[in-house]
Design a protein around this ligand. Sequence first.
Ligand code: C2E
Ligand code: MG
Ligand code: MG
Length: 655
Amino acid sequence: MAKLLDRISLVIIGSGASLFYYYLEKSMASNQSLGSFVTIALILIISLFTQLLINNINRSRQALSESNETLELKVIERTKELRESEIKYRTIFENSGAATLIIEKDMTISLANSVFVSFSGFSRGEIEFKKSFVDFLDEKSHRTILDGDGFLCIDKNLECKLIDKKLDQKDILITIAPIPGTDRSVASLTDISELKEAERQISHQAFHDTLTNLPNRSLFMEHLNMAIKRGKRRQDYHFAVLYLDIDRFKLVNDSLGHIVGDNLLTAFADRIQGSLRDIDTLARLGGDEFAILLEDIEEGNYGSMVAERLQEDLKRPFVVNGEEVYAPASFGVVDNTQDYGLPEDIIRDADSAMYHAKEKGRAQFKVFDKKLHEKALHLLQRETDLRKAIHKKEFVTHYQPIVSLKSRSIVGFEALIRWNHPQLGLIHPDSFISIAEETGLIIPITRLMVEEACHDLISWHERVKHIQKLTMNVNISSRHFLQPSLLKDIKEVLNKIDLPPDHLKLEITETALMEDVEDTVLLVQRMRDYGLQIVIDDFGTGYSSLSYLQRLPIDTLKVDRSFVSRIRNTPDGNRNIVEAIVSLAHRLDMIVVAEGVETLEQYTILLDMNCQFGQGYLFSKPLTKSKVDELIEETLSYSQKNPGQYYPLTSVLSN
Ligand code: C2E
Ligand code: MG
Ligand code: MG
């Protein structure tokens, strides 16, 4: 059209110019009026303008078309760039490794990558614009993922649980970032289920016992701590703690082996667990020690009732590796827990109650009361004092003569230890030997005592050896007896002071010999081979039978004072029992010493029974070293005055 106009205007301008020239000449020649000339001039001017206009239009059109072309090129370029960028981002979105989602403002998922698709078990079609992000999370995760105003928490590593199509739960780590310039967000989800499982296993191992799979001490303490706190918050919440220890478990281990021991522990744990409610906690604290936390119970003696019931349950034997094994246990109970602030204090008291239950014998339980705690504190103080006493050599040995009943002369002594306490004065062994045993202090104490006693014996024996051979009896506690160091220590002492071993007699109680039968036989034999003599102390108070003792190379039986003190010449007097012991011992080639002879009647009856030796207040109380020195002097001067005669120990008897 513009071109057509252009041509028309050119024709008009051309013909206008020709006409203008024609009329100009004509008018000049004919001198006609200028009217037609002006008209033509006007037409010419208009035509010229038109031409100018058209030219302008043409130029603008050309410029427009050129810029159009550039624009089109740019659009193509941008579209290409955009497509490339989309491909790039889609590839990243798809292949980031993590499950990735685009989440709209209203939580709808508008885009999900294939990792998320396989992760969730839903198809893309079921997810995109169909599901809300929170549909995939459990209740607790909702609280994690949304802030107080219900918006997604941005830029954090949030641990959540994702529920897949099969309603299985996965542990995931979610990071959410806003998409700039939009109200959408991109969420990236990483499956950390394996990591969490490993973490769970590690923490399980840290808080559970591997053998029984029960909570261990740390976890139990944590439960106990929570129970204490709950008790402080709620008036109606009560709990109790039981501490239990299998009686003589060591015997099972030693006699049937560790595998049976382990199986017994597992069966034991199962039986106890089966007797408890789900909310109670049974834990293995180590070895054969267990603890129970009874929660949400009635106030009162619920713990003791449970202890009683469990002890009933434990009366049935366990069948372990085809063997019937009994596993009674001692229980310590803390029923009144409301005043406690620390779990360690409850455990300490339950343990101490259990310890007292053990002292009562097998399969007992004891409820903790404050007095037990005071007693425990007292024992602790004793232990500290005892350690100092060894250091400061506060022990003294007293010697009680052992006499031949026939001649009433001294044949030896029993060394009896005393503790010369700086504040409490002379303390007798019954008050400290058990603590010394428990703390292991008995070993250095015995060593000191044996050394002193043997040393003293040498000086006395040197003076009277022409009249009588003297021996020294020393008491060895049952826990110490089986220690391999004992014989070594004794040998060292005897070598050092040059005393032949046949002057030393070791007094042990029956229980010591019953501990570990096979080991005991070997040990006693080794002691005998070395030259020491073995004496059974307090005979009759333990469980052993003479037929059992026959297996051991024992030299002497000391009949316990409780039998001797009751012998009378009446049918109900203990005479028959003592007589039976004496004659059996003689048949087994053992010497008999009667302990605690106090009266003339006892003495004559014992003599009548052919009991060879005696010891007791009738002859002499335990004496200090200097008193024995005097006694030895008297013996010497008596024998000088009465050659060939022994010095009779009591004046009472000579009447
Ligand atoms: P044990 O070995 O049976 O010693 C005899 C105890 O009976 C001694 O008590 C002695 O003083 C006392 N006794 C002796 N004759 C009579 C009597 O006629 N009447 C009465 N009522 N008592 C008499 P002690 O010295 O208090 O010793 C008590 C126990 O302590 C001893 O009993 C012994 O088992 C233990 N013991 C003493 N010294 C030691 C020691 O050095 N080491 C160890 N491990 N235990 C010791
Ligand atoms: Mg003794
Ligand atoms: Mg005794």
